[in-house]
Design a protein around this ligand. Structure first.
Ligand code: HEC
Length: 268
């Protein structure tokens, strides 16, 4: 005997479950592969080989950051003890090696505090003409390629009065070349770009304490650290994402079997 179809496709709960699970899997997969877009810049940007899973690189980046950047830049969305947990350090490591600031009472900053520096906005404005920006989210606003290339692109420019340097990625930047001891000084070489304009390339005029390869590694580590600060739970999220996808694939299989079971005795 021929049995009439009892459900329209969308009345069947198993089909609905399959549709929903399939949709969620596709959306989640798209979400995993999407990457943050970088802010535009007129010079070609270099892409650093950062490894967000490397705790060693992040530890080196954190150390460089507190030594060379935090005098001017704050990162007040990040707490020291959170950093310790994420970078496999103890609170004692952090207190000994990464905290150089004091709190309002003049005591060394506690590991539970935010990574705020001791420079006031008024001082920043008076010294540099702009307040050195909070770097906690810069890896999102500018992108890692921008930060990495920016840190490589300081060059001597006697025309720049007080700070004496300029930057090809951020012309007229108010930031001095704070890593000059490591990189050395670069000078600009001006060439005709063939279209009536000028092309600037940079060459090392006096070397610093690091070779160009070592310096590239140094700024790769700093960039890696800034990328971590801009998205501290990225690694955790990716791990959870994989489990969620596995779970959804499991659910899809169950929903499929359930659908077969429902329709087993029904002749189309
Ligand atoms: C002596 C103070 C000082 C130090 C130290 C310093 N900076 Fe800066 N930085 C500045 C100032 C001032 C600006 C703002 C430049 C402008 O907008 O003209 C700036 C801007 C930046 C920007 C651009 C941010 C944006 O979105 O515009 C980045 C990235 C940056 N600094 C990274 C670093 C890193 C990494 C270090 C450590 C290696 C560092 N800075 C150390 C003063 C400093």
């Amino acid at each position: 005997m021929r049995i009439k179809r009892i459900y329209s496709p969308l009345q069947c709960p198993a089909r609905i479950a399959m549709l929903v699970a399939g949709f969620v899997i596709v959306m989640a997969s798209l979400g995993l592969v999407s990457t943050a877009s970088a802010a535009g810049s007129s010079v070609p940007l270099e892409t650093p080989h950062i490894d967000p899973g490397s705790k060693k690189s992040l530890q080196r980046g954190a150390k460089l950051y507190v030594n060379y950047c935090m005098g001017c830049h704050t990162a007040d969305y990040q707490r020291y003890n959170r950093l310790a947990r994420d970078l496999d350090l103890t609170d004692e490591d952090v207190a000994e090696q990464l905290i150089f600031t004091t709190d309002e009472a003049g005591e060394p900053t506690k590991p539970g505090s935010l990574m705020v520096n001791n420079m006031s906005n008024e001082y920043g404005r008076a010294a540099f003409g702009v307040i050195p920006p909070n770097l906690a989210l810069t890896a999102r606003s500018r992108g890692v390629d921008w930060i990495y290339t920016y840190m490589k692109s300081f060059y001597l420019d006697p025309g720049r009065g007080g700070i004496g340097v300029n930057n090809t990625v951020y012309p007229g930047a108010a930031m001095p070349h704070v890593l000059w001891e490591l990189q050395g000084w670069q000078k600009a070489v001006y060439e005709d770009d063939g279209h009536g304009g000028e092309k600037i390339s940079l060459e090392l005029a006096s070397p610093g304490s690091q070779s160009p390869q070592e310096y590239d590694q140094t700024i790769t580590d700093i960039t890696n650290f800034l990328a971590y600060m801009a998205d501290p739970i990225k690694q955790t999220r990716h791990k959870i994402g994989v489990f969620v996808l596995l779970f959804l694939f499991g659910l899809l299989a169950i929903a499929y079997l359930l659908k077969k079971e429902y329709w087993r005795d029904v002749v189309h």
